[in-house]
Design a protein around this ligand. Structure first.
Ligand code: ZN
Length: 423
């Protein structure tokens, strides 16, 4: 048994013991004989579904004494139905270590602007933890808040000489658009920016390259979920490596739920080996993934994970070919001209690509070319329609710079103000 296998078995035994604390897993494993169960037996244990977690009471998921809890987080995703997760201090440190395996190599020379929301979701806090552990500085810009509109974020990046941006790919795209509307070139206006770290959305090779071409700096992805914390981080060669010492990653056949062969596409099931706050056993997060063996030049021994998107968001074309979210993203981001924002709408015979190019106008020939490209890439007829104003995004958001201020409780008279100033 290798050293890694030994550590994984020890952590797995601890995970099974956590059912003594977690009512959720005590109930789930009630009928299972766990004597002498090892990782080899994992496929015989029950799966944990999103629905299970949504129905669970938050405290039923806690795997340690409640006094050890440091953070509570919730995921809402795109459905608005939340599920809970808990972190101990050690869990946060583990996540910080994982993120610091990213090729970005944060150091005390860096100032990282975090544009993930600092509200309920865990990603911003995990990135903050990575910064602290790497002695990097951090600017908590957050997102979806009236305190930091896009113009304000660009101002912060410029005046503070921010060296690393961390957030959703979409947020970065919106910042690039805002900069363009302000007459700024990302490459010239932010000479200190050296990298972007993105998570929370699909990041295929073409989207990565597209963003890198806009920024002139490398883009790194990391992958995880609120329920599991970070699972994999991208190295300098663009490979998303799994943190094997912290997770057991299974790829399951979608119908049989039995393990797929290595390299085959299937449903991801994650078993957390290190996470103690709310440990997960065979958690099916509904993502479709491929896991591959890799001998990467970076020296990371973790296998590569490729995330294809949500099982619920795929489209089957007329020939029965499955189009994953990633296929659609890649088709869009390899267009000669990439839209600022887009949406694909499925109909019986064809797809409609609703696209918004901001202030850029598009000729009929360009639209026809785009239809031809997308039809070819997706192997399904695609009709391109320019979005109506405000249909996909309210572009006023990009130029608004009204910052939410604290209330004023005491307003001095004008003359008093003058007296005060002259003192
Ligand atoms: Zn690598």
């Amino acid at each position: 048994m290798t050293e890694l296998s030994k550590v994984r078995e020890q952590k797995f035994a601890r995970l099974l013991e956590s059912k003594n604390q977690s009512l959720f897993y005590r109930n789930k494993l009630e009928t299972y004989n766990l004597n002498n169960v090892s990782l080899y037996d994992l496929p015989s244990l029950p799966l944990t579904t999103k629905e299970d977690l949504r129905l669970a009471e938050p405290y039923d998921l806690v795997g340690v004494a409640v006094s050890k809890i440091a953070h509570y987080h919730e995921s809402s995703g795109t459905t608005g139905i939340s599920s809970s997760s808990w972190f101990t201090l050690e869990d946060l440190q583990t996540a910080g270590n994982q993120l610091n395996q990213m090729g970005v190599n944060l150091s005390n020379e860096d100032l990282v602007l975090i544009r993930f929301p600092f509200a309920l979701s865990c990603t911003a806090f995990l990135m903050q933890q990575a910064c602290m552990q790497a002695s990097a500085g951090m600017v908590p810009a957050s997102s979806r808040t009236t305190i930091t509109p896009y113009v304000k974020v660009l101002e912060l990046m410029q005046k503070l000489n921010v060296s690393v941006f961390a957030g959703l790919a979409r947020e970065l795209e919106y910042l690039i658009e805002t900069a363009k509307m302000m007459g700024l070139s990302m490459q010239e206006a932010f000479p200190n920016l050296r990298a972007a770290c993105l998570a929370g959305e699909l990041l295929g090779d073409h989207r990565k390259k597209y963003l890198e071409s806009k920024l002139g700096v490398p883009v790194y992805g990391f992958y995880g979920s609120t329920e599991t914390a970070n699972i994999a981080s991208m190295c300098e060669y663009g490979i998303m490596h799994i943190s094997e010492e912290d997770f057991v990653i299974e790829v399951l056949n979608e119908q049989t739920k039995q393990p797929e062969k290595i390299g085959e596409k299937g449903l991801l099931a994650v078993t957390t080996l290190s996470h103690q706050g709310s440990p997960m056993l065979r958690y099916v997060n509904e993502d479709i993934v491929t896991v591959k063996e890799t001998k990467c030049r970076c020296g990371h021994s973790g296998r590569q994970i490729i995330v294809h998107g949500r099982a619920k968001e795929r489209i089957v074309n007329s020939k029965g070919t499955i189009l994953e979210g990633l296929d659609i993203h890649e088709a869009i981001y390899r267009l000669p001209k990439v839209p600022l924002i887009w949406k694909i709408v499925e109909s019986d015979e064809y797809l409609t690509a609703i696209v918004d190019f901001g202030d850029d106008s598009l000729s009929v020939t360009e639209i026809l070319n785009m239809e031809q490209h997308l039809t070819e890439f997706l192997d399904l007829p695609v009709i391109v329609r320019l979005a109506n104003k405000g249909e996909l995004i309210n572009r006023q958001l990009f130029t608004e710079n009204t910052i939410s201020l604290k209330p004023v409780y005491i307003k001095l008279q004008e003359k008093n103000s003058k007296v005060e100033l002259s003192l």
